[in-house]
Design a protein around this ligand. Structure first.
Ligand code: KG4
Length: 335
């Protein structure tokens, strides 16, 4: 089954041609350079660039795969969650294309597709498994019982892990996208030099909280500035990274043990974080849990993962009609 997948939930216009779990082509047009000057994504600019780029990105995905519109069996698109104006560009393009070709339209939840990024290079991976999905807008812990069956068992009470990294990085004077650059320059953590708090979420063992850490980093920087002291950015970055990873890793492993899951999957943009990848792998090895993480090229937003998840959504009969809408928020276990 040949699927053309489209992704436009944030600042990447992406298209891919997939067949089951196989990726025939994957094209990503990123707007990072343009948003960099504002220190973050400007939604209106993102929508406009998607409008300008989407036709060429789709054509290139077809060309790279050596396919034409006539070869397609379905069109898939990210419809939620994300920036509403940005999502609408992909959704409307996909609707028009599916209607004109007379093929099914498959709506794909953005976080489900991030999880599916793991299927691309791991032919043996199949549900059930526990999944930690960490991105710029979301941080959730999900029990994945089947390819299209999800049960959210925990999540952040405030900021997403990526948001915490991005805002802290901005306060440290690092360029957008902050999380990536913070990870690159971080050296050794020193909790004595920078005593950041250990966040607690009382009574909810699988929930996370990151806004306190973000505020603590900002306050540390303000206090130093007022005293005329210089911040050791690589050390502060490493200390924050360690604290964020501590919270994610401890709670995720506790959930895996409690639920008796022997497979753990990492997903979302923050899954590219070097410390999170290595420490989770080590901890899983110790606990005799099989560990999967997406290849680095599929950690960020892309359409290949949308096409792969769409294949399973199609098999479950999850199709959309011409009235498909986009949604800025939608839980992963929506019905
Ligand atoms: O999944 P994604 O590409 O977009 C969303 O759907 O949100 O995630 C983007 C987030 C950003 O917050 C970015 O800073 C973060 O992922 N990120 C990282 C790393 N690479 C990307 N955070 C920490 N370390 C990284 N290496």
């Amino acid at each position: 089954m040949l699927i053309l997948a489209i992704e436009s939930s944030c600042d990447e216009t992406a298209a891919a041609v997939t067949e089951g779990r196989k990726v025939l082509s994957s094209v990503i047009n990123t707007q990072i350079e343009e948003h960099k000057i504002y220190g973050g994504v400007v939604p209106e600019i993102a929508s406009r660039r998607h409008c300008e780029n989407i036709s060429a990105v789709v054509e290139k995905a077809l060309d790279d795969a050596g396919k034409t519109y006539a070869d397609l069996d379905a069109v898939a698109v990210t419809f939620a969650p994300g920036l509403i104006g940005a999502l609408l560009v992909g959704v409307n393009f996909a609707k028009g294309l599916a209607m004109s070709l007379g093929v099914p339209l498959i709506p794909v939840h953005h976080l489900r597709s991030h999880i599916a990024a793991n299927y691309i290079e791991a032919p043996d991976l199949k549900p059930p498994f526990l999944c930690l999905t960490v991105s710029g807008g979301n941080s959730i812990l999900t029990d994945v019982t089947d390819y299209t069956e999800f049960k959210m068992i925990g999540g952040t009470r405030d900021d997403a892990a990526g948001e915490c990294f991005d805002k802290a990085a901005r306060a440290m004077g690092l360029p957008y996208p902050g999380g990536v650059n913070l990870d690159k320059i971080a050296t050794e953590a020193d909790t004595k030099k920078y005593p950041l708090p250990t966040p607690r979420v009382e009574g909810s063992p699988y929930d996370f909280s990151f806004s306190g850490l973000k505020t603590a980093v900002i306050n540390t920087i303000h206090n130093a500035t007022q005293k005329g002291e210089e911040i050791d950015v690589p050390v502060l970055a490493a200390t924050l990274r360690q604290k964020v990873c501590d919270m994610l890793i401890h709670r995720t492993l506790a959930a895996a043990k409690e639920l008796g899951r022997d497979t753990l999957v990492l997903a979302g943009g923050v899954s590219a974080n070097s410390e999170l990848r290595t420490r989770l792998e080590e901890e899983c090895k110790k606990a005799d849990i099989a560990f999967y993480r997406p290849p680095l090229c599929y950690c960020g937003d892309n359409a290949a993962m949308v096409g792969v998840q769409a294949y399973y959504e199609y098999q479950s009969g999850n199709l959309a009609a011409e009235d498909l809408n986009a949604f800025a928020t939608l839980p992963i276990d929506y019905k």
